[in-house]
Design a protein around this ligand. Structure first.
Ligand code: ADP
Ligand code: ZN
Length: 291
């Protein structure tokens, strides 16, 4: 009999990345589908997994989501601004098609877990992972467990101090000028009139961007003092920004906390585009142990 495989679903706001892999977290196949409506997207997901003999599935989803196992709406996407997905019973729909152990967490928690088990956080006891993309989100792990209480953290919406050269109002639908409202990809696009990937490295906007990202690192350091802080997502493809983030962070922290060397402490993902997929595979594997 062939080895049973692990499934992963990285459900993002723009695309669903589905994958299958082995217990060693080697990815065998990875595909992506646009995130439109559950009626359109989910059949593609079901079809993809039907080809495989799976033993568990890990889901990292955009949110907010209900992660409380005892809750009546556990496994649902809850108050998302994406109307078609509001109150969608994600785990329930998967369970109907695949009667398997299913792990369910946020997309950023899954990516954090991937880096924790197989990337920058490997051999460390804690890590925090931020994605700076269409939105900003973060997940934190301590000794293999997600840091969470009544719900998952929402660090992407922390309040930030405005850069003195920045007059942008902010574009978070809930808070205007929170971290996401000031630093996510759409905030860059609204200020500059073009997408971040079309802007040159010399644009002053990157200094402003780095200032906000450094504040996320600063707040994270003071609140959690993790072993490593990882910044991923589309906007961090601007590799030159990391040095600016280090500089701004150093100014903000002003010697108050002695962190690990910044090149090891504030980093970009080691797993390139795969932290989410690898994290979901690892969570699927872990779910088997608990079911
Ligand atoms: P998502 O958050 O939707 O999963 P991404 O992490 O790719 O996807 O983030 C998309 C956002 O990142 C968009 O706003 C896009 O303009 C921005 N982005 C993508 N690539 C780059 C780049 N090379 N430089 C700056 N911004 C980028
Ligand atoms: Zn916000």
């Amino acid at each position: 009999m062939t080895e049973k495989l692990l499934g992963s679903i990285e459900a993002g706001g723009t695309k669903f990345v589905c994958g299958v892999g082995t217990d060693n977290l080697d990815i065998i196949e990875k595909v992506s589908f646009p995130t439109t409506t559950p009626e359109e997207t989910m059949p593609l997901v079901f079809e993809f997994f039907k080809k495989y003999n799976l033993k568990a599935i890990g889901i990292g989803s955009f949110g907010p989501i209900d992660i409380q196992k005892e809750s009546a709406t556990y496994g649902h996407i809850t108050s998302t601004p994406k109307i078609a997905w509001q109150n969608y019973d994600f785990v329930g729909a998967m369970k109907k098609k695949f009667d398997l152990p299913i792990a369910f967490t946020t997309d950023v928690n899954a990516a954090a877990y991937g880096e924790y088990v197989a990337g920058c956080g490997k051999d460390l006891s804690s890590c925090v992972y931020y994605t700076i993309g269409t939105g900003v989100g973060a997940g934190a792990i301590q000794d293999g467990r997600f840091i969470e209480g009544f719900s998952h953290p929402e660090m992407g919406h922390m309040i930030v101090r405005r850069h003195s050269d920045d007059q942008f109002k902010g574009c978070c639908p809930f808070h205007d000028d929170c971290l996401e409202g000031m630093a996510a990809g759409p905030a860059i696009e609204k200020r500059a009139g073009k997408k971040g990937q079309e802007l040159s490295e010399e644009e002053p906007i990157w200094d402003i961007e780095a200032y906000y990202i450094a504040q996320a690192a600063y707040n994270t350091t003071l609140i959690l003092s993790p072993d490593v802080i990882i910044f991923g997502g589309g906007v961090m493809k601007q590799r030159h920004m990391l040095a600016k983030v280090h500089q701004e962070f150093e100014k903000l922290i002003n010697g108050y906390v002695k962190t690990p060397p910044l090149k090891e402490y504030i980093v970009i993902p080691e797993l390139d585009d795969d932290p989410g997929t690898i994290g979901c595979l690892a969570l699927a594997k872990k779910e088997i142990e608990f079911s």
